[in-house]
Design a protein around this ligand. Structure first.
Ligand code: APR
Ligand code: ZN
Length: 261
């Protein structure tokens, strides 16, 4: 078990030799972009009724309460930039090593960083749909209207029912195509790279063991221990930014030697 003062060489050498990596990210990959995670001491769930407002029944009961409680998070996401860990996955994709990025995050930072195949298991904050007629809505202008006090809960442009973001709320199923894509990629990978997840929410948390059962190695980079650490070929407990910078340095080609003088 390597510590972060010397980013785990075994994790980096497993990444170096892997040919088909599936990266599996959680909220921990975006905390250094300023977006809180969920279960750390100052995470989203430190606000006790957060689970209530992040539920489908909570939204149906009181859409305005859903937006009151989630606009801080959405405004933070709107200002966030990809981190070095997001950039590490783009670099690995440029090296032809990435099968897919599977994320539990709704912040869109993997695509913003340049990852091209991203499965968003818990949906996205960017788009939404009418809770009645299902009409598609681009959520960004609607968030602006809420922030400017123009509305408490945006209404559908077709039927005036409340509009909701395309995020998977508690009591809801994962988007089928994202889940199927993720499971297929996991079945093909030779390395599952878990970045910043407590691995406690199912079915997403089944994926690392699916990868191991399919013969892949497991690498976990997370501040805290997870219940899957024992199944991992390498575990790095520490900050993802530090690990990503060390991995980027280790994986980047050495600068050409100066011409002999
Ligand atoms: N570097 C490394 N690890 C970090 C960092 C960091 N900078 N910041 C936080 N972490 C770790 C935390 O220690 C924690 O173990 O990331 C993990 C984040 O865990 P959670 O807050 O539980 O987030 P996540 O695993 O993504 O939750 C999964 O739960 O409620 C649902 O839909 C929600 O998608 C979310 C899902
Ligand atoms: Zn509608």
């Amino acid at each position: 078990m390597a510590r972060m003062n010397d980013p785990s060489e075994s994790a980096i050498s497993l990444i170096r030799t892997a040919r088909r990596i599936v990266a599996f990210s959680g909220a921990g990959i975006s905390t250094e972009a300023g977006i809180p995670d969920f279960r750390s001491p100052r995470g989203v769930y430190s606000n006790s009724d957060a689970v209530e407002w992040l539920s489908a029944s909570g939204f149906r009961r009181d859409p305005a309460a859903f937006y009151r409680a989630s606009m801080d998070l959405f405004s933070t996401i709107a200002r966030a930039e990809p981190t070095d860990a997001h950039r590490l996955l783009v670099r690995l994709e440029e090296m032809g090593k990435v099968e897919a990025v599977v994320t539990q995050n709704i912040d869109g930072l993997h695509a913003a960083a340049g990852s091209s195949k991203v499965y968003e298991l818990h949906g996205t904050w960017r788009t939404g749909r009418c809770s009645e007629c299902g009409a598609f809505h681009n959520m960004l202008p609607l968030y602006d209207r809420i922030l400017q006090g123009g509305t408490d809960a945006p209404a559908c442009c077709l039927c005036s029912a409340p509009v909701r973001p395309d995020i998977v709320l508690f009591e809801e199923l994962l988007p089928v195509e994202a889940w199927q894509g993720a499971v297929e990629a996991v079945g093909r990978c030779d390395l599952m790279l878990v970045l910043g997840s407590s691995l406690v929410v199912y079915p997403a948390a089944e994926l690392p063991m699916m990868a191991v059962s399919a013969g892949a190695k497991l690498v976990i980079v997370n501040l805290e221990e997870t219940s899957y650490d024992r199944a991992a070929a390498a575990v790095v407990h520490g900050r993802l930014g530090e690990f990503a910078r060390a991995a980027l340095a280790a994986l980047s080609p050495a600068p050409p030697a100066p011409p002999a003088s």
